[in-house]
Design a protein around this ligand. Structure first.
Ligand SMILES: [Zn+2]
Length: 79
């Protein structure tokens, strides 16, 4: 990925990270497996484990990036 922008907010007393991944090709607002939309701010609720969220550069170069939230940290990796 070219860069990741993370905006922390508190929502209903929980820490939520709004994550924007910029693909290697320069595109952002990647297609989210969680919402089925192109997300500029993919919400990731911290403090609980959630299924892996895959962001795909679609339409675009097709690369995918995974967000994996665990109890107290977030992994972001390119597939
Ligand atoms: Zn791309």
């Amino acid at each position: 990925m070219k860069s990741v922008r993370i905006e922390p907010i508190i929502e209903n007393g929980r820490l939520v990270l709004l994550v924007d991944v910029v693909c290697d090709c320069g595109q952002n607002a990647l297609l989210s497996s969680q919402t089925g939309k192109h997300e500029v701010k993919q919400p990731i609720v911290m403090g609980k484990s959630i299924p892996k969220v895959v962001l795909k550069c679609e339409p675009g170069c097709g690369k995918t990036y995974s967000l994996v939230s665990q109890e107290n940290h977030l992994h972001i990796f390119s597939d």
